[in-house]
Design a protein around this ligand. Structure first.
Ligand code: FMN
Length: 255
């Protein structure tokens, strides 16, 4: 099994150390290969906002940087970690530039069955909502998400502070490891099911063959499937799914 972590800090300090510790913990459980990617070591350009990746296809993006090298690392891993410092109550700019570069996966998710978690490292305050945001991105990418964690690294670090970090990371490693070995597709939440059904129905009815998402949905059989990945829906979600298809269809017809 392989895990890749993307770090949004340009220095090898608290965020890096936390990721390294989590990886060491994982290795103490199993023979796990890992890679720690410091985004600052890669060329990532700022998205121009042309939406070519979304509408036409990511291969037509006018930027020429290391985006695809990083995507390959995600594709070739069983587990993915996004780790960012808290900068001014947000993820770092570096991490956001990376996320913008892979935002087209929000339209065409690919990472089903992969385990995901997030780490946010901060001085004292504001990081919890960043964990929520990164975990949400993990879900949008299609991953099975282990709720991330937020660590306080106020300097100078005390022994008590470090012990607290160790405790949180030990717990986080165990939870992430059990997600990693599951390797199964999770049942979508009602919100995830709603989003999928509404998107695919409106796209199906729009019938725009030149639209990249349409082609992708068609290729993956998503116009006929229950969800993005094979999943057995219970009677409630089955009924709700059909209802969402109908609602989306009526909205499209009214436009
Ligand atoms: C530009 C900048 C903004 C920061 N903003 C916050 C903040 O809003 N809240 C907070 O608790 N810590 C904040 N910090 C502290 C960092 O989150 C903290 O030092 C963290 O350990 C940095 O990660 P690193 O050690 O991996 O570089 C900020 C640090 C920098 C450099």
């Amino acid at each position: 099994m392989k895990v890749v972590a993307f770090i949004g800090s340009a220095r090898k300090k608290h965020t890096y150390n936390a990721v390294k510790q989590l990886m060491n913990n994982l290795q103490s459980f199993d023979a796990i290969e890992y890679e720690i990617v410091q985004l600052s070591n890669y060329r990532l350009e700022v998205c121009k906002g042309c939406k070519t990746c979304i509408n036409k296809g990511e291969e037509f993006c006018p930027l020429n940087d290391d985006r695809d090298i990083l995507i390959e690392k995600m594709i070739n891993s069983d587990g993915i970690i996004f780790a960012s410092p808290n900068y001014f109550f947000q993820i770092s700019g570096l991490m956001k530039i990376f996320l913008d570069r892979i935002a087209f996966f929000g339209h065409r998710p690919l990472f089903f069955g992969k385990a995901f978690t997030s780490l946010v490292v901060q001085g004292v305050y504001g990081g919890k909502k960043l964990v929520k945001y990164l975990d949400f991105i993990g879900k949008v990418l299609g991953c099975n998400v282990t709720k991330g964690c937020c660590l306080n690294s106020l300097e100078p670090m005390t022994e008590k502070g470090q012990n607290k970090i160790n405790k949180i990371l030990n717990k986080q490693s165990k939870k992430f490891y059990s997600n990693l070995i599951k390797k199964e597709y999770t049942t979508p939440s009602l919100l995830q099911l709603t989003m999928f059904r509404i998107t695919r129905t409106s796209m199906k009815l729009a019938q725009n063959e030149t639209f990249r998402d349409y082609e992708y949905y068609k290729k993956n059989g998503w116009f006929e499937s229950n969800y993005y990945h094979p999943v057995q829906l219970g009677p409630f979600k089955k009924t709700m799914g059909k209802l969402f298809d109908k609602i989306a269809a009526s909205v499209v017809h009214k436009r």
